[in-house]
Design a binder for this molecule. Sequence first.
Ligand code: ADP
Ligand code: MG
Length: 315
Amino acid sequence: MTKLNSTDTPKVKPLRIGVLSRGPKLYSTRRLVEAIRSRGHEATVIDALRCYMNIATDRPQIHYKGEVLDGFDAVIPRIGASITFYGTAVLRQFEMMGVFPVNESVAISRSRDKLRSLQLLSRKGIGMPVTGFAHAPDDVPDMISMVGGAPMVIKLLEGTQGIGVVLAETKKAAESVIEAFMGLNANILVQEFIHEAGGADIRCFVVGGRVIAAMKRQALDGEFRSNLHRGGSASLVKLTPIERETAVKAAKIMGLNVAGVDLLRAERGPMVIEVNSSPGLEGIESATGKDVASIIVRFIEKNAKPHNTRTKGKG
Ligand code: ADP
Ligand code: MG
């Protein structure tokens, strides 16, 4: 009889897990692949843009570079904002095949639209900055007063990494920025500026209904956007129970199993500004020293059953 080694070898059957990512060399992708393999599973990085499929069949399939992609137990979607449309269509096809998605396609589409996300969250009483949107330039001055006037933040609905987020210090500045965006047919929202956040936000990393890691991101001097891509720096932070609860609730409302929930510390309490469906691993793992990738893989081990989704690709 062969002796089993008694290290951290998981006692679950080996799974075939696909990482839906365009960048096999990206930190998050590499770490996920590493964690999948170290827990005894099989990892395949799949470029969503190279997947093609025949949808007019009762046996859904995905073809990939000339071959049929088959036998996957789970997929981890890491779909970049620029390929949301095609990427979620590919993910939906996996869902129709019964493959367990770490995050479902509908939830990802939802989270990519800031306005839609905030509407869903406000319906359930989650705290957020006063937020408005308008279509007609004629309505802009009144909308600005409605959200409390300048200084205020103006955001592109589908921006990421701080690009497309502008602080307007005066009403005049706000009007001209909004006019410029509207002239380009860009969809925007306007938001109360949470001054007391002091250029910092809190990233809560939620997996399976628990905050498993959190960090504070502080913007550079003279900058209010704390995104690490904008030069922000990350440090450890201790969450209050209400912050923890808000983050978990926000992820649940969005229908995301894995989410990066971003909060501002405002006088009125924690305010959610964004729920990210493909939160990066590099910043959070280095700030907290936690093996976030393995926590995601363990979540898959517990939940990867065929057709274990809310929508079964019907969303
Ligand atoms: P993105 O999707 O581009 O990251 P966010 O809405 O997360 O856009 O905004 C980027 C950053 O700008 C946030 O991390 C936060 O530091 C800052 N910020 C955003 N909204 C506000 C606000 N209403 N008040 C104060 N700071 C804000
Ligand atoms: Mg953000």
